[in-house]
Design a protein around this ligand. Sequence first.
Ligand code: GLC
Ligand code: GLC
Length: 829
Amino acid sequence: MKFGHFDDSRKEYVINTPKTPYPWINYLGNQGFFSLISNTAGGYSFYMDARLRRITRYRYNNVPLDMGGRYFYINDGGTIWNPGWSPVKTELDSYECRHGMGYTIITGKKNGLKAEVTFFVPQNYDGEVQQVVLTNESDAPKDFAIFSMAEWCLWDAQDDCTNFQRNFSTGRVEILGSTIYHLTEYRDRRNHYAFYTVNDTIDGYDTDRDAFLGSIYNGWDNPETVKAGKASNSFADGWSPIASHYKKVTLAPGETKTLIYILGYAENPQDKKFADTKPEGLLTREAWVLNREKADAMIEKYNTPEKVAAGLEELRNTWDKLLSIFKVDTPDDKVNRMVNIWNQYQCMVTFNLSRSASYFESGIGRGMGFRDSNQDVLGFVHQIPDRARQRLIDIASTQMPDGGCYHQYQPLTKKGNSDIGGDFSDDPLWMILSVAAYIKETGDWSILDVQVPYDNNESLAKPMLDHLTVSFYHIVNNLGPHGLPLAMRADWNDCINLSCFSDTPGESFQTYTNPKFKAEGGYSKIAESVFVAALFTYTGPAYVGILEHLGKTEEAAKAQAEIDKMKKNVMESAFDGEWFLRAYDANGEKMGSHECEEGKIFIEPQGFAVMSEIGKDVGADIKTLNSIDKYLNCEFGLVLNNPAFTKYYIQYGEISTYPGGYKENAGIFTHNNAWIICAEAYVGRGEKAFEYYSKIAPAFTEETSDIHKTEPYVYGQMIGGKDAKNFGQGKNSWLTGTAAWNMVAISQYILGVKPEFDGLRVDPSIPSAWDGFKATRQFRGDTYEIEIKNPNHVCKGVKSLTVDGAAVDGCIVPVAGDGKTHKVEVVLG
Ligand code: GLC
Ligand code: GLC
């Protein structure tokens, strides 16, 4: 069952009912100011950091689920409704929500009155513009009232939802004309404020939540002021400050009125916080005067429909440009819409927000992840390489001199988060992968010379290359009894915690390590991760390639020897006969072996082991892939492990605490499905690769949205696996490494257009039924118009490759570097 449709020409998903199986959201903003917006206008805004600089309040895990947002209420002759249906939930005569690239348009109609609201954050602008177009489509004049509503968060989202004894007494606001200012703590310790304005006169306002609602027993669905058709002109003094504008509107039949609201954020330099003179008409309780220059300029910028149209046009052009860097035309529309539009869009969102703020991430729990953000770069780097470069430097700056890493950092401070700490065994390797991806995309080797601090300490700065070296050797220097990498607190799988042995509620599986390992340095020196071994052999060659390019042959040979040794160790101790083991636990027992009672096979190490060609000579690669098909494949994707754990295995950590079929315990973790897609494509089984791709790519799940629940235009982290009662049900949409990895899987492995240090590889691995496909790729200043022909209907194998008619050996298109367009023709066979 569907709840809307794709409108590819406008790059939008069009939702035709407010009652989607879960709030279907979009993100506005892509640099400083961000908003989350659901299809019923729920959600919130923040600046840079969802935890430390929250602008509007949102109650997670609420009942009803998505209650709280930026709401417009209309009282038309006593009928009260919202253009997005919620929160009043009056049945609308028609409803539509269009989620587009950085904007959302919600249109509702009731009793001949149409309200179309466009929400967006303009480029380089710290505010959300909300344009409300009201049209009287009836044949009688209309007199009605419109109320806006935004609830302020007192800046620190964590404190805001816990520290009530203080917060209920600190709220401060001011009103000047049609602008309501939020000024909590401004005088003392903050130099930022927020405002909510409308480009017209108003007939009243409310800034106190309880006054707006009329009673502490009312919810957003039942504000007394709206029912009364009149604001109460309340002035917040502590409690919960809000901003609501009240406006009376009269429309003749056919007449339209446009109102432009702006929810903005501004910062003043310390010495320019205050103004000397009080503006006339200012409603305030303060003895000091806010310097309003920034807000004034921001309001001026979008105070007419023409300016709003120009801002939207600029945003559209920005996205059209970003999405023209890589474009494909394949025989499958769903592939086209994923690659050309939605997957790339999601990659920008994950790049911006890591795993911080979504409808499943509260914006409080996590900042930027070391592992996560490095992987996000893989799917984003071609879009804006300069931003990727800066991100890589920021991430590397939180690294420790020995190659260890803070697992997370806060975007606002860019400092490592010591609550979570480090010792996640896979973290350093992702840094090698992402820096290599950046160089392969841009050819900018100078990034390796940039002086990058360790532990955010400038005096410890070393060239970026040094960071890669310590990353590589952090693995080599931390091996266990089988010569495999120590598992430490966790590897990619946050829930395999082999040093934890937790039997006490409340202990975090990621940060708690059993005191029995204290003497050994905090974690078991026995437990080893086969996943990290495979990731090491997959990533290591990029490090070697970098050293070779720099002419550091000795160092390259030394590193290569470590990779070879690791492959040997894996084959000797970690190949289970039909697939690779998952780990050795702290008791030295195998995890993920046919000898185990449950959890006999795990997905994570397999793809990287296959792509590293570990044991290829004895057929380990194909055996492994066949085992995955046999044990992990099901209707909605590949489960993470099988059989699911039904008991608590204290020695494994969090994993077996989940009911079977969910999350890391045999859920379909789409992120590592991508690694198998890559591996299947790598060995040339394009059909299998495509089968797995089409099971999880959102556009393909659109028809089963009632089962899948989450947005059909973006990946979620997890789908209920075959052991789950809710088999096929998606969760944790938007902020997942799947976005980047499935972008890599489809573009670089299946479609086979893959940047390399010395050019653009074109080596597809596609369903044999395809006659071919076309792709456009901008790469290092040139444009490549690629045409793939598949006359013999094979999956993989480049028979010939020509660039502008001239034959090229192999499948790497050399960099032309002339800024021109080049025709690449590839014949498979
Ligand atoms: C989540 C985390 C990611 C981790 C994965 C598996 O998606 O963000 O860092 O690798 O879970 O546990
Ligand atoms: C990841 C995992 C989740 C785990 C969490 C801990 O998100 O998916 O299961 O509990 O990390 O931070």
